[in-house]
Design a protein around this ligand. Sequence first.
Ligand code: URA
Ligand code: SF4
Length: 205
Amino acid sequence: MGINIFWYKENKKKLDKSASNLTELNNDVQLCKKCALSSSRTNTVFGTGDNNAEIMIIGEAPGKDEDLKGEPFVGRAGKLLNEFLDSINLYRDNIFITNTVKCRPPENRNPETQEIKACAHYLDMQIKIINPKVIILLGKIAANRMLNEDKSIADLRGKKFFLQNHSIPVIVFYHPAYILRSPLQKYQVWQDLKFLKEILSSYVN
Ligand code: URA
Ligand code: SF4
């Protein structure tokens, strides 16, 4: 019993600390003007989910729906992402979802390398605070820019990578927006999800 109470107190302290660190970081993001995307945004999109998630998903950039709502993946691509997660009994409440940049690029253009670099500090801090067991990069743009590669998604999927300064395994999935445009590729997502499950099960001893 004593051990359980100790465990609870220590973990509660950790949870409270992560929550307050993320709140502070979110306040910084809301005021940020480090790149030009600050001038066209409606809302910053910090990220949502579990502050102590085992899985962190990093998309590309907020789109129109996300910019209006201030939350990631709330449009059509987000709904498809939810479906994929549901299919392996994962729910957004247990995952932390964010993007490579926290402000919407005008006309949904790809975020530029300079913008991703300007925003990297926030993402780095989110990874450090949340300390997930696995990070998923969604799509070629996020993957190539985050991993400093210039490869096709076919070359990047099904492998483990590491981000600079982090020892957490990173894997690459098709972006759900790509699957919306190319529904015949949907079967490949099951392979991505299977790979994720394998990595997660390797933590269970
Ligand atoms: N696409 C992304 O990459 N991120 C979002 O938040 C929404 C759509
Ligand atoms: Fe700041 Fe990132 Fe928004 Fe650029 S995209 S203004 S770096 S929060």
